[in-house]
Design a protein. Structure first.
Length: 410
């Protein structure tokens, strides 16, 4: 990889206190950011400072602390609005995670808008979070779930995708980036094809937001979802972007405090969005942590980060392909920094356990994408995923530990 890269990874590494941690006497090589990201000091400090100095419940207090907490929580909404380039702050709903956001749309929008025999289109690349809620909706509404296929590289077959769009298709739910094999989907084309037919589009952005600039307005999707914990923020906070008219037309998902306008024993009326979808006390500190994470990322040149991460991916694919008996799963031309692979004669779980002995943390398993594993005819893979603090020397450690493991099993 290019030594001339102006990105200062050593300075970035100093932002992540977890790197001081040793695993089995070695500094940890954390190659599992696709599962959940590590947290920079800026996020940890923002959350602990909030709890230490200005904690209170939001929206209802008349006192100073509550007003401050409300201001920070609503400020986080503005931050996310700008981060996603949404037109209106009311288009940002805070939830627990991407899973909850997809379930909200499947329930609140799906139950209202789908009729028997209608179709929902997903792709073969989806995480279970973007499969199961649509299966449940299909059962409730007697609809059909259809799946756009991929080719051997792990790229969407765009012709097949387009031919599956019909007047029966009511929603297309597609991942921006595959968590299991890293494919970046050609969203502009896919969304344009759906929109030309008046079809609603939801994008699962869980794996995209940590790696690329996302502009929901220019994408033209109706819904976009992500989880804070993959974006350097705490776990427990997630986001649903929904275009304003769509959210306003939808009934609430959960009922309770904070989502109402008036309540009598006979009847309740609801708040406008986003409040309508934020019943109960939300993850206030999580939203503040998410805002700090976005602020932290704003300190970097996004193009430089992308170059660094792409460099790591290219280097990892080169080093791994030097190992005889290792097969990379998913060779899309446009990939996020994720590399999935299998090793001849060694189960991925054994590979993962052996790597851990060398302080190298990777993910093994089906990555909540069992149907995709079936397409590639593997039960599971080993997945290394990279973030802004990873280095080529950590990839060397991965390669070395893999080579030793393969030797033992030979
Ligand atoms: N979609 C994708 C592509 C993912 O990678 C994940 C998390 N692995 C999810 C959805 C679900 O995220 P969460 O568990 O935070 O709801």
């Amino acid at each position: 990889m290019s030594e001339a890269s102006p990105f200062d990874v050593e300075a970035t590494r100093k932002d992540f206190p977890f790197l001081e941690r040793e695993i089995r006497g070695q500094q940890v090589a954390f190659l599992d950011s696709a599962a959940s990201s590590q947290k920079p000091r800026a996020v940890i400090d923002a959350v602990s400072e909030f709890y230490a100095t200005s904690y209170a419940n939001i929206h209802r207090g008349v006192y100073q602390l509550s007003a401050e907490a409300t201001e920070k929580y609503e400020g986080a909404r503005d931050q996310v609005q700008h981060f996603l380039h949404a037109e209106d702050r009311r288009e940002i709903v805070f939830l627990r995670n991407a899973t909850e956001a997809i379930n909200l749309v499947a329930r609140a929008w799906g139950d209202e808008n789908l009729q028997p025999d209608d179709e929902i289109l997903i792709t073969a690349l989806e995480h279970h979070a973007n499969i199961v809620p649509w299966q449940m909706l299909s059962e409730r509404r007697s609809c059909r779930l259809r799946v756009a296929p991929i080719d051997a590289r792990g790229e969407i077959d765009l012709n097949a995708y387009e031919s599956l769009l019909s007047e029966r298709t009511k929603i297309v739910a597609i991942t921006h980036v595959s968590n299991a094999i890293g494919t970046i989907n050609p969203l502009p084309e896919m969304i344009a094809m759906a929109k030309a037919r008046g079809i609603t589009v939801l994008v699962d952005g869980a794996q995209a937001v940590p790696h690329m600039n996302v502009d929901v307005k220019s994408l033209g999707c109706d819904f976009y979802t992500f989880s804070g914990h993959k974006l350097f923020a705490p776990s427990g906070i997630g986001v649903l972007y929904g275009c304003h008219s769509m959210l306003e037309s939808m009934p609430p998902f959960l009922g309770g405090g904070d989502m109402i306008e008036t309540v009598t024993f006979e009847k309740s009326t609801y708040a406008k969005s986003p409040g309508k979808f934020e019943a109960g006390t939300p993850d206030i500190a999580g939203a503040i942590g998410l805002s700090a994470a976005i602020e932290y990322l704003k300190g970097f040149d996004q193009a430089q980060l992308e170059r660094w991460e792409t460099g790591l991916l290219t280097y990892a694919e080169k080093r791994l392909s030097e190992l005889d008996g290792l097969r990379i799963i998913g060779n899309a031309r446009n990939k996020a920094p994720v590399v999935s692979f299998v090793v001849d004669g060694v189960h991925p779980h054994d590979v993962g356990t052996a790597l851990d002995q060398s302080g190298v943390s990777v993910r093994v398993g089906h990555h909540c994408a069992q149907p995709l594993m079936e397409i590639f005819e593997v039960p599971a893979t080993v997945r290394a995923s990279f973030s802004i603090f990873n280095t080529p020397s950590e990839i060397d450690r991965l390669t070395q530990a893999l080579s030793e493991t393969m030797e033992i099993f030979r």
